[in-house]
Design a protein around this ligand. Structure first.
Ligand SMILES: NC(=O)c1ccc[n+]([C@@H]2O[C@H](COP(=O)([O-])OP(=O)(O)OC[C@H]3O[C@@H](n4cnc5c(N)ncnc54)[C@H](O)[C@@H]3O)[C@@H](O)[C@H]2O)c1
Length: 367
């Protein structure tokens, strides 16, 4: 491709402002050419914050615009599928936020639309790009930990008990913590250890969330506030996952608590979001020791981001855009693709099925 990759943001809310627009601004191969959101007041605000571009309230105009090469879909979950299929049919490359859809079947349909239109597709699984996660993957794949036997992940946040907006309704979000938080951990577990074969899951709603942050009443939540699972990987390893946004005392300036570890036959290693430029590593008979992530794992090769700039738990998120634009420029698959988004959602849906049935469930995944 010649010239810059011309990118449109669809959904001008929090995650676009926090991850995607800074990622585009950092990448000399990319430019933000259009922004779409039905909220006109927000569009007006973004004009001032994000600068000149085409601003529209209709995603159909973005899909039809021949001067746009690629789109970022960062809208509420229930809208992803229709927007992605319209953009794929119009030949746009797509990065879509997780979860791809409100159930596995929607995610699978998005994958098929992107595949059949031969466009690049990527799922915004942010934490794959944390320096200690990149290094943890190297330790696993190089055999430094021996044969992986066990994965463990905990993600706790201390968020308010007021309404979560669209996120608290199954029809709009698909699921609660499971689709919002735990799905990332399902994805990076599969990236590290391969496909999950079967799960035994549980979900729980703790509070009704019938008050909005500004004191109005709203319909009660019908999604989970806590999600947990144990699982078996095809490789023979086992894993345990747990997440919730209502864990008091785990606020930590909004970063919360996150811990993920692999235990192998030779050693163990731990990734922590609060300290993503360091890793804990332990060997048989010893103790877990903290060490800095080696320089070559601090960012993707050739990314212009300076790892010393900014807050460590924030800035690696800009590398999602570097990967997406690299895949477009180099004419290769982006990682993680919609296939990975669909696969993580198949596991998450097996957790819901298992929780409802009270038994182990095999993961069903047919792209
Ligand atoms: N990868 C991550 O770490 C991460 C972090 C936060 C959110 N997310 C995901 O990003 C998505 C958006 O989350 P958010 O926190 O930014 O939500 P948000 O509610 O702050 O923003 C969503 C925006 O989409 C707009 N919108 C709604 N329908 C639209 C449509 N048809 N066309 C265009 N715009 C539309 C809304 O007006 C709103 O401004 C969700 O899928 C969420 O799960 C991912």
């Amino acid at each position: 491709m010649t010239g810059k990759v011309r990118i449109a943001i669809i959904g001008a809310g929090l995650v676009s402002d926090f991850h995607h627009v800074p990622g585009i601004k950092l990448d000399p191969r990319a430019e933000l050419v259009a922004v779409c959101d039905p909220n006109q007041a927000l569009l007006d605000q973004r004009k001032g914050e994000w600068g000149p571009a085409k601003y529209t309230t209709k995603y159909e105009e973005i899909a039809a615009d021949p001067d746009i090469d690629a789109v970022i879909i960062a809208t509420p979950n229930f809208t992803h599928k229709a927007i992605a299929i319209a953009c794929a049919n119009a030949g746009k490359h797509i990065m879509a936020e997780k979860p791809l859809g409100v159930n596995y079947e929607e995610a699978r349909d998005m994958y098929r639309a992107a595949r059949d239109n031969n466009v690049r597709h990527m799922t915004a699984f942010t934490y794959r790009f944390a320096p200690s996660m990149l290094y943890l993957k190297h330790l696993v794949k190089s055999g430094a930990l021996g044969t992986p036997r066990h994965f463990r992940s905990q993600r706790f946040l201390d968020l308010p008990e007021t309404s979560w907006g669209w996120r608290q309704y199954k029809k709009l979000a698909g699921a609660g913590d499971l689709y919002d938080m735990t799905i990332h951990r399902i994805d990076f577990a599969q990236d590290l250890l391969g496909p999950i074969q079967s799960v035994c899951g549980a979900v729980q709603t703790f509070v009704p969330r019938t008050q909005t942050p500004d004191g109005k009443t709203c319909e009660p939540s019908d999604v989970d506030d806590w999600s947990a699972m144990i699982g078996r990987f095809q490789c023979g390893a086992v894993g345990v996952w747990e997440g919730s946004t209502l864990m008091k005392g785990h606020h930590n300036n909004g970063v919360g608590f996150e811990w993920a570890e692999i235990n192998g036959s030779e050693g163990s290693a731990v990734y922590q979001l609060v300290d993503p430029n360091y890793i804990l590593v332990g060997k048989h008979g010893g103790s877990m020791e903290k060490m800095p992530v080696p320089a070559e794992f601090m960012k993707p090769k050739d990314s212009p981001r300076n790892p010393a700039d900014g807050k460590p738990s924030t800035v690696f998120r800009y590398d999602l855009m570097w990967e997406f634009v690299s895949a477009i420029v180099e004419g290769r698959d982006a990682m993680p693709g919609f296939d990975h988004g669909a696969s993580a959602q198949a596991v998450a849906d097996a957790v819901l099925e298992s929780s409802a049935a009270g038994k182990w469930v095999d993961v069903r995944y047919d792209l």
